[in-house]
Design a binder for this molecule. Structure first.
Ligand code: KG4
Ligand code: ZN
Length: 333
């Protein structure tokens, strides 16, 4: 069974060909990141125009790399949301046209579910697990059980990746902030700036606006932003954020008596999170899965994987499928 996965929710245009549930035959990603960098964040109009220009190119490249012809495809899976409406519509319209032309089924996929599903390419999906979704637009902890999910907590304000991006901007480190802070943090002192953990009624909710404001005041007090200051702040910020995320995730796993955790989204590439969560979980007999690094960002393979699951469980989409910018992780519950 060959599934074409199409992802255009934000600044990436990606197509992948997945053979069965586990074999990625191709996964082509074209990013417009470079064009957004002068603006310090994603410009929706630039992102959607780039998707439009790249869609057909990326599709052809994915077929070529997979050595597959269009008529050999069995299924098309496409991101239906959440994301930027202009970008989403490019992928959805392309997928609908292709499904009509090739006379093969079409599945609309929730981008957030797909980030978690990236863990199960080449791996069996556990019966019960805690999902930690941690990206530029979303941060949540969810319980997945027999293919049903329950949202346990989410961010009250900024997403974790967004906090990384904003802190990087305050430090003059450019966009996106996650990889550069992750890198600088390795050289800094985690005790240089102690940050207060936010108090929230629900132990599984997150809040990152306080730490962002604390960083703003620290930067304002600084006469000159030296490399040493950047390193120490990056290290202290990352240490605080990773500790909160690790504690909440494992608290949820223990409270729900779950022994598996799956992490997804752009921030799942973070080196400290990968180390700390895995190590801390191991001491408690919990197994944590992270996607391989090439599957942490937005990509078509994870869309194909989630689409195939939905197809197998009987889901079908007609040509009425459209983009839904505000789609939530718990939309289907
Ligand atoms: O999942 P993603 O590619 O896009 C969304 O769906 O949001 O996530 C992008 C986010 C950005 O905020 C970026 O700064 C963050 O993931 N990110 C990281 C790292 N690599 C990417 N954050 C922390 N550490 C990293 N190594
Ligand atoms: Zn994403």
């Amino acid at each position: 069974m060959l599934t074409l996965g199409i992802e255009t929710s934000c600044d990436e245009t990606s197509c992948a060909v997945l053979s069965g549930p586990d074999t990625i035959k191709s996964n082509i990603v074209s990013s417009s990141l470079f064009h957004h960098q002068p603006f310090g964040g994603v410009v929706p109009e630039i992102a959607s125009r780039h998707c439009l220009e790249q869609m057909d190119v990326v599709y052809k490249e994915a077929l070529k790399k997979a050595r597959v012809r269009a008529h050999e495809l069995d299924l098309i899976a496409v991101t239906r949301g959440p994301g930027l409406i202009g970008s989403l519509l490019v992928g959805v319209c392309f997928a609908k046209t292709l499904s009509y032309q090739l006379k093969i089924p079409l599945i609309g996929v929730n981008h957030l579910e797909a980030h978690l599903a990236a863990n199960f390419i080449g791996e069996r999906e556990p019966e019960r697990y805690i999902g930690l979704l941690i990206s530029g637009g979303h941060t949540s902890i969810s319980l997945h059980e027999k293919r049903r999910m329950k949202l346990l907590g989410e961010t009250a304000d900024d997403a974790c990746g967004e906090a990384y991006d904003k802190v990087a901007k305050l430090l003059g480190l450019g966009y996106p902030g996650g990889p550069v802070i992750d890198h600088l943090a390795k050289e800094g002192d985690i005790r240089a700036f102690p940050f207060t953990r936010p108090r929230l009624d629900n132990p599984y909710d997150f809040s990152f606006s306080g730490i962002k404001t604390a960083v703003l005041y620290l930067v304002r007090k600084q006469k000159k932003i030296s490399l040493a200051f950047q390193r120490d702040l990056a290290a202290s910020f990352q240490h605080a954020v990773v500790s909160w995320v690790v504690d909440k995730t494992l608290q949820a796993a223990e409270a729900e008596r779950v022994s598996d955790v799956a992490v997804g989204g752009g921030v799942s590439a973070n080196s400290e999170l990968r180390l700390k969560l895995s190590a801390e979980a191991e001491t408690r007999g919990i197994r944590v899965r992270f996607p391989s690094l090439d599957l942490t960002g937005d990509n078509g393979a994870m869309i194909a994987r989630r689409g195939l699951d939905l197809f197998k469980s009987g889901s079908r989409e007609g040509l009425r499928l459209t983009g839904n910018p505000g789609l939530r992780l718990d939309a289907a519950c």
